[in-house]
Ligand binder design. Structure first.
Ligand code: DX5
Ligand code: ZN
Length: 226
């Protein structure tokens, strides 16, 4: 799955930027659109919030993958699911009770995702994986697009893939940060299912072609790794 991050898109034209990665001659269309919500508390950057997401939901049929880099997700995350966001990920580092946040997101009709920063261990969360639909492994420090991929997080991807296979979980392994043509293959080989890419998709003048190339590289590397 490819999930372009609109963090690197033109914020004055988000609807057309999303349409640019929809179905076209070069690509069947992206699986999810990744929406980075930052509150200038959990991360030192400020982007957009629920009103913008509500408008985006009216502007596209592509499922929205909301990545909440915010404090107090127990209060703020469920309304994104209520509004119709397909997947709502919040950060493990932002709450003492990730299970109740996940349950509230699911009760509101969304899929629940748990995000972990590059320095956050996976082990404490292995027991609660069934509460989640997505595990978002950050491969940069959250807060900004265009940073350098941190290959050391792929150890967590491999560990997670083993647990998913052993326990037959249906969890989606998502990676976010620094994914481009030069890094997507190693992430795919490690066992990633869903690749977020911001600057790699929206940094050029043909986002759909960028997506098609990322998809081709990831698919080839995934099948080679099986
Ligand atoms: C960073 C965001 C990412 C960001 C990725 O905190 O979570 O989704 O948009 O941007 P690139 O793909 O440019 O690293
Ligand atoms: Zn993100």
């Amino acid at each position: 799955m490819i999930a372009p991050s609109i963090l690197s898109a033109d914020f004055a034209n988000l609807a057309s930027e999303i349409a640019a990665v929809g179905p076209s001659d070069v690509d069947p269309g992206v699986d999810w659109v990744h929406v980075d919500v930052m509150d200038n508390h959990f991360v030192p950057n400020l982007t957009l919030g629920l009103p913008v997401v509500e408008s985006l939901l009216k502007a596209t049929d592509i499922p929205l993958d909301c990545h909440l880099m915010i404090t107090d997700p127990g209060r703020w995350a469920p309304p994104y699911a209520e509004a119709g966001a397909y997947n709502v990920s919040f950060h493990a580092e932002a709450t003492d009770d990730p299970v109740s946040v996940a349950r509230d997101i699911r009760a509101a009709g969304g899929r629940a995702g748990l995000g972990i920063k590059p320095g956050t261990a996976l082990a404490p969360y292995l027991e609660i994986l069934p509460e989640f639909d997505t595990l978002l492994i950050m491969s940069v420090e959250p807060g900004f697009g265009g940073q350098t991929f941190m290959p050391e997080v792929l150890g967590k991807v491999r560990e997670l893939r083993k647990v998913i296979d052993a326990e037959q979980l249906t969890l989606i392994v998502e990676i976010d940060g620094g994914i481009h043509n030069g890094t997507i293959e190693e992430a795919a080989e490690a066992g990633v299912d869903c690749f977020v890419a911001g600057s790699a998709v929206y940094g050029g003048d043909d986002p759909a072609a960028r997506v098609a190339e990322l998809r081709r590289l990831a698919a080839a590397a995934s099948s080679a790794g099986v």
